[in-house]
Write a protein that binds this ligand. Sequence first.
Ligand code: NAP
Length: 497
Amino acid sequence: MSVTTERESELLASVPTGLLIGGQWRPAAAGGTFDVEDPSTGKTLLTIADAGPEDGAAALDAAAAAQESWARTAPRERGEILRRAFELVTERADDFALLMTLEMGKPLTEARGEVTYGAEFLRWFSEEAVRAFGRYSVSPDGKSRLLVNKKPVGPCLLITPWNFPLAMATRKIAPAVAAGCTMVLKPANLTPLTSSLFAAVMQEAGLPDGVLNVVHTRDAGGVTGPLIKDERLRKLSFTGSTPVGRSLLEAAAGNVLRTSMELGGNAPFVVFEDADLDAAVTGAMLAKLRNMGEACTAANRFIVHESVAEEFGRKFAAKMADMPTGRGTEDETKVGPLIDGKSRDKVHDLVSDALGNGATAVIGGAPVDGPGYFYQPTVLTGVAAGSRILKEEIFGPVAPIVTFSTEDEAVRLANDTEYGLVAYVFTKDLNRGLRMGERLETGMLGLNAGVVSNAAAPFGGVKQSGLGREGGLEGIEEYLYTQYIGIADPYTDSPVG
Ligand code: NAP
């Protein structure tokens, strides 16, 4: 065990280690378990149940059994459960933050930020639960009435990644609860503990048995594959990488399953010559180093006007150099470890490829020696077009800088990717900012802002970054379907043809 303090061991002892099925925490049917490790030490934090296909099936049985009565539960009651969950998560913010830091590695300050962000989905959708309005209208020919109603889609499979263990779960669970859907949650096997603690909080908040079921497993495909083929499942909501999303979309086609896909990103961060450079550097630090760069919204390519590139690069590198790496629980830590050795090796491969193609590492450029999976904050200049680092999601604290000379060139470079999640633009010219919004092929744009995530805003991408939106007014729609009821003219007795 890498538990270093009594507080950490007490917290870990409070996390359920079983699978949550039909309101009961239970071991895997086949008795399997797996270890969850601390990426800052590589040592085991806790050993938990490893679900097999039979556990997945039992979880869907429980979700399907609970669906009808949950859909009939008053919207206000569903909203109040979410509101209580918001209050419980907020009260236990320190526990959630520490647990995420332990299993995922992010510094405690960032983990606290994620608790606030993640809890906000509970509050937002507690308010949206009572506003899933339909409409009643007179048909254009006046001969019938049109009643349009919103209904829960039914049992959902929610698959979440490891990088935001709380927020990626609440961003799906909260709207599903608000809409009246039951769920099977399959968290990432690298960070299942936060989901389990959160599911226990949902129980405490009064969520009925069977509405939320949690199956963590090392066999993601083996457990979720049969569920996707099961006709009782009505919706798949996935957050993760584009290749896995693509294969899940193919599988979902079998039953024409409703899907929401929050996939990878390759965000351009564009700095124009008229930008406030200090603000751009502050934005760049947020957009790059949040979560050690392990965010779908992370700035992946810095596209900077040639006249300010040297100054921007110098100021940015100075800030990046002042970011100590370390275990996220330590006060001085600003950058935690990457999630595992494989991820760290991938980051280093991308850096090595860029260096091999003529780039210069202004700072960093190498893994950090010692236990854990740390990588030096890195700034690369002179990155050649065609380098892999400009095409692939880096998912690490590495910032490649390229330059441009005209707005058209900036747009071309920014759009030169199959991804389209988010872009960042720094300029003092509002017209230019708005023009960039129109010309960039992304679902979101940060205008003079390094962070866009907000529970009240529709989060999501275009192109191969995904389908659908989470949060905002749009978020609940992903869990509702529209039913139309045609009603005969109330002024005559004859039904209309
Ligand atoms: P990942 O490898 O695609 O895994 C995501 C989830 O899918 C995990 O729960 C994983 O389970 C599961 N999974 C993997 N293979 C599966 C399969 N064949 N069938 C069913 N489930 C499967 O992605 P990740 O490495 O965890 O997360 C990083 C990626 O997520 C990045 O690309 C990032 O951009 C993206 N992301 C996107 C958003 C967004 O909102 N657009 C937000 C956060 C992250 P295991 O853990 O057991 O492998």
